[in-house]
Design a protein around this ligand. Structure first.
Ligand SMILES: Cc1cc2nc3c(=O)[nH]c(=O)nc-3n(C[C@H](O)[C@H](O)[C@H](O)COP(=O)(O)OP(=O)(O)OC[C@H]3O[C@@H](n4cnc5c(N)ncnc54)[C@H](O)[C@@H]3O)c2cc1C
Length: 381
């Protein structure tokens, strides 16, 4: 009987756990999920939390209930390191041994890489961050603002939504302010394709949001943002996503990856440690890191890990990197983009009022019904 351990319980870890339970039922293998927080946060709704359109309760649920109902062993613990030779996770609750491991630890926000960002900047990457911004908005009575994301961020969409929500918020609250938008990409929202770039450029122009880019953030001061090209943007409210890097706990598996991401093949198996699979933001792939990609990767990882464990001899399935997202323009309209980044399989670009509604319905379903059929997240029998 093997011990299969999943490190992390966000989009990737939760998907992996429930899928694995289904695939390994009747096999006798044990599944354990380890995460430092027993609350699942539906991160795509954090922008709405910041702008007072959702409460924390609307966008979170208790993982213990899900794992109890699915009879998956859940350990609430902070992982401090992973020893691949001893096949052990070191945690603040003691060591946990594994035979097979799925690493799904998400990303770390590397504030230290941009001086002043922690002290003078806001972001919507965590519930605390979103709530701090909500509070800051009560003290904002106008003036220049800077929104965007720093170098090495691989999730840009939220910053667009923040800029668009902020512009609506200024109008609603009759506050006179300006929005400068900063990002490091060669073109605005480049990974979403030329149609998305063109559309968003038009929307930004209509809504008087001025883009500065491609540019990196050198420093954030209380009253301005200093860019890598020497430009200084005055700002009384700075909302910038900090750089991403791999969680400290996975450092020991990252080899010489400069940002501590874990390298895998397209089958999501670690290139260094065959008993380890990786899914979600923890993976070293270029391009957007999304909840969507995290779930697809988790499905691939789980399928392949199961074939190894059960020695079926079936070939590994391969993951196809694709982004899929709805950008809520904050006006009732939205944009849907689905794009395969390694192949031409999906290239969709649609605009309409149905997309924000679809996004809201998806968020509601995810948080309120753990039975999320599209992804096969129904309860194991
Ligand atoms: C504001 C915002 C809006 C977004 N909008 C979208 C969207 O519209 N569509 C989309 O697809 N994606 C969106 N994303 C991106 C998406 O949320 C992330 O890509 C996704 O959360 C990554 O999933 P993950 O499972 O890899 O990591 P996470 O969801 O971050 O989960 C990481 C897990 O690991 C655990 N963990 C981390 N470190 C440790 C440790 N040391 N010990 C124990 N446990 C640990 C955490 O507790 C958590 O359970 C958005 C993100 C943000 C911030």
């Amino acid at each position: 009987m093997a011990d299969v351990v999943i490190a992390g319980s966000g989009f990737a870890g939760l998907t992996a756990a429930i899928k694995l339970k289904r695939l390994l039922r009747h096999s006798g293998h044990r599944i354990t999920v380890v995460a430092r927080d027993a609350t699942f946060v539906y991160r795509p709704s954090l922008v709405l939390l910041a702008f007072g359109k959702k409460s924390l309760k609307d966008i979170t649920f208790d993982l213990r209930t899900i794992y109890k109902r699915t009879r998956i062993h859940f350990v609430e613990a902070a992982i401090t390191s992973i020893n691949p030779e001893a096949q052990t996770l070191m945690t603040d609750q003691g060591p946990i041994k594994y035979d097979k491991l799925i690493v799904a630890l998400g990303e770390k926000l590397a504030y230290d890489e941009v001086p002043g960002l922690r002290e003078h900047g806001y972001n919507v990457c965590t519930p605390d961050g979103a709530l701090a911004l909500k509070d800051a908005l009560t003290r904002y009575h106008g003036g220049p603002t800077v929104v965007g994301w720093a170098q090495n961020v691989q999730t840009g969409g939220p910053a667009f939504e923040v800029a668009l929500e902020l512009e609506e918020w200024m109008k609603d609250h009759k506050v006179a302010g300006s929005i400068d938008f900063v990002d490091p990409l060669p073109k605005l929202w480049a990974p979403a394709g030329p149609e998305a770039t063109e559309f968003l450029t038009k929307v930004f122009a209509e809504r008087h949001i001025t883009r500065h880019g491609p540019v990196q953030i050198k420093e954030v001061k209380a009253d301005r943002v200093i860019l890598s090209n020497g430009e200084e943007l005055p700002s009384v409210l700075t909302i910038i996503t900090p750089p991403f890097r791999g969680e400290d706990a996975q450092k020991s598996l990252a080899g010489d990856n400069p940002r501590d991401w874990l390298e895998t093949g397209k089958d999501m198996q670690s290139v260094r440690y065959p008993d380890i699979y990786v899914a979600g933001s923890a993976v070293a792939f270029e391009g957007p890191k999304q909840g969507h990609t995290a779930m697809l990767q988790a499905e691939t990882a789980v399928y392949n890990l199961t074939q190894d464990l059960l020695e079926t001899g079936k070939p590994h399935k391969l993951y196809d990197h694709e982004m899929s997202c709805v950008l809520d323009l904050g006006t009732g309209e939205g944009l849907f983009v689905r794009r395969s980044l390694w192949s031409q399989e999906h290239q969709e670009f649609k605009i309409g009022r149905q997309w924000p509604l679809a996004k809201a319905a998806l968020a509601y379903t995810f948080v309120h019904t753990p039975v999320f059929k599209k992804w096969g997240l129904s309860m194991p029998k």
